[in-house]
Design a protein around this ligand. Structure first.
Ligand code: NAP
Length: 271
């Protein structure tokens, strides 16, 4: 099945996974509006795809500026009323070591929660009404979480918690939308470790040089993620070891079945 949507706003498209998947979208004839803070990277993206199979626009925006999010959503839909997919992919990761509490920088911890979780709630609130108004046309919100939403690692427990919070929110949100027969599909992409700028020494000096070599190669990731996003059964797209070693194909299924049972039980109690 081809990817179902025709114009996608990709947040976090200035490098890594967002850049690669935004490129894949354009290569497959899907229009893209690329978003991130780095204007030079946005310009490079637009230049690289200037003769592509679909239109490309860009917008510089900092998602941590929560008060500006409603205006940003309005501006995007005023310019692109046919936007039918919002892809929330931006993110940051930082080291956190509780054995040295004196070294824990709470401002960084707060910024990670703001960037990876709180801003996603604000973005969801701002963008959803524009997608809902397009009913019955199918639309979607895509969220990039992580295999670390399922299994925390010791290096960056704060990051893992932001992704776990987002995963829980998505599971319940998806069911709410289904119960309301919504035209908005809620999609979650779970990358494993991938070679992007996420682990770069510029962000995480503790990683040193090995940061950029952590995880699977970006092109391999992108091919598998794209196949998953374009599949009929694309609500949850776990990639590579997320399916196996990180539990998506095993106990995570049990957890989600238990959630379904709980939701059914609670509905019965209400009647
Ligand atoms: N790479 C991995 O191993 C891995 C594994 C699992 C999940 N993920 C997730 O995949 C997503 C993409 O990360 P990546 O690996 O591709 O890393 P990346 O190369 O560092 O890309 C991060 C993207 O997020 C954007 N971003 C960060 N803070 C932002 C802000 N305040 N406002 C707007 N944009 C912001 C960056 O753009 P600007 O800097 O230009 O603003 C950049 O485009 C993230 O959600 C990450 O948590 C990555």
């Amino acid at each position: 099945m081809p990817f179902e949507y025709k114009k996608v706003l990709v947040l976090g498209a200035t490098s890594g996974i967002g850049w690669a998947l935004a490129s894949k979208l354009v290569e497959n004839g899907v229009s893209v509006i690329a978003v991130g803070r780095r204007q030079a990277n946005l310009d490079d993206f637009a230049k690289q795809h200037s003769n592509g199979k679909a239109s490309v626009d860009t917008a510089a925006f900092d998602i941590s500026k929560l008060q500006e999010i409603p205006g940003f959503a309005k501006a995007m839909f005023t310019k692109h009323p046919d936007l039918d997919c919002i892809f929330l992919n931006s993110g940051m990761q930082r080291h956190l070591d509780w054995t040295k509490p004196e070294e824990v920088d709470l401002e960084t911890v707060d910024l990670e929660i703001l960037t990876n979780y709180t801003s996603f709630l604000h973005l969801t609130k701002a963008f959803l009404p524009y997608l809902q108004k397009q009913a019955p046309k199918p639309t979607s919100m895509i969220y990039t979480t992580s295999g670390l939403a399922l299994v925390p690692i010791l290096y960056c427990p704060g990051y893992c918690a932001t992704k776990a919070a987002l995963h829980h929110m998505i599971l319940a949100m998806r069911q709410q939308m289904k119960d309301a027969d919504s035209n908005v599909k809620i999609i979650e992409l779970f990358p494993p470790a991938v070679q992007t700028e996420l682990h770069d020494a510029k962000h995480q000096p503790q990683m040193g040089d090995r940061g950029k070599n952590i995880g699977m190669q970006l092109n391999e990731f992108t091919d598998e993620a794209w196949a998953g996003l374009s599949a009929e059964d694309n609500e949850q797209v776990p990639v590579q070891m997320v399916k196996t070693m990180m539990g998506f194909g095993g106990w995570e299924q049990e957890r989600q079945k238990t959630a379904q049972k709980m939701w059914g039980f609670m509905k019965q109690q209400q009647h």
